[in-house]
Design a protein around this ligand. Structure first.
Ligand SMILES: C[S@@+](CC[C@H](N)C(=O)[O-])C[C@H]1O[C@@H](n2cnc3c(N)ncnc32)[C@H](O)[C@@H]1O
Length: 274
């Protein structure tokens, strides 16, 4: 069963009013949307992964669009969700995508291809990056987006191994990492996979553009709720609040439940546009 992260906290943060307009900019499996609908709101659901959208049907008070939240202003205006009362960004991927999409998002799925595209119409896959970037480019990419201390040896071993054979699967990359660091360490896998996924999907640029777009279509006193899953994302949200002199409603950041694996790293910020 799908358990939306910080469901109550996120939807409370939106302060849903009857017939108010809300954009769930990361629709996923619709968990947060269902709760907004229950509380009387109208929802425009956006997801970059067309399979997430096609699994669900539009219903009364719910409109669904396949798109990138970096274009939220345009998508909102086009679909008559302008101005809006609230916007939710629950970043990253859903558990179902990670476990069942077959796109190599999980380091456990050794046989899967190193794809990592959320939007399948996009051309560059993770395997294209690991097979084409120079050792310095790989090092810089991994270090910047994973903050992993072993980025240099991992980059070097990728370039060494691919001289003989293209790197195509999750399992091949895991072996390369193990050899580079001299042991198996899932935290290193997690960080290296995070870096590749961020670059393949341009996740940080999307987030910056999405926040800027959200500020163009939110009503005065409208609410923006953002759930992040790692420090690079959270830093962008904090800087956005500071640079635009916005008000964060929750004095302390709300954290995900420590006992739930998927929620552990979640941080929620509720932002008001005065
Ligand atoms: C954590 S899940 C959202 C789960 C959702 N709140 C729920 O309750 O089911 C994040 C979703 O955002 C989507 N996504 C990631 N980047 C996106 C982007 N730039 N634009 C739109 N959707 C995006 C993913 O495909 C995924 O379905």
């Amino acid at each position: 069963m799908h358990n939306p992260v910080l469901l109550k906290e996120a939807v409370d943060g939106l302060q849903v009013i009857k017939d108010g307009r809300y954009i769930d900019a990361t629709f996923g499996e619709g968990g947060h949307t269902v709760e907004i609908l229950k509380r009387g709101g109208k929802v425009l659901g956006i997801d970059l992964d067309e399979r997430q959208i096609f699994n669900e049907r539009e219903k009364l008070r719910l409109k669904l669009v396949q798109g990138n939240f970096k274009d939220i202003e345009e998508i909102g205006r086009k679909n008559n969700f302008f101005p809006v009362d609230g916007i939710l960004l629950d970043l990253g991927l859903s558990m179902n995508q990670i476990e069942n999409s077959g796109r190599g998002f999980s380091y456990h799925r050794l046989k899967e291809p190193l794809d990592m595209r959320i939007d399948l119409s996009q051309s560059v896959k993770a395997s294209d990056l690991v097979n084409s970037l120079s050792v310095d480019e790989l090092y810089e990419t991994l270090a910047k987006y994973s903050e992993e201390l072993n980025s240099r040896p991992v980059a070097q071993n990728i370039v060494f191994v691919r001289r003989l054979k293209r790197i195509e699967t999750v399992g091949e990359l895991i072996k390369i990492i193990d050899k580079a660091i001299g042991k198996s360490d899932r935290r290193v896998y997690q960080r290296i996979f995070q870096a590749l996924r961020i670059v393949v999907n341009q996740e940080l640029e999307n987030l910056k553009k999405g926040l800027a777009g959200a500020s163009m279509i939110l009503k005065r006193n409208g609410r923006l709720v953002v759930i992040t899953f790692h420090s690079l994302e959270d830093r962008i949200v904090k800087n956005f609040i500071r640079d635009n002199q916005l008000k964060q409603i929750n004095k302390r950041v709300v954290r995900g439940e420590n006992t739930i694996k998927f929620e552990r790293s979640a941080k929620l910020r509720i932002i008001s546009f005065n």
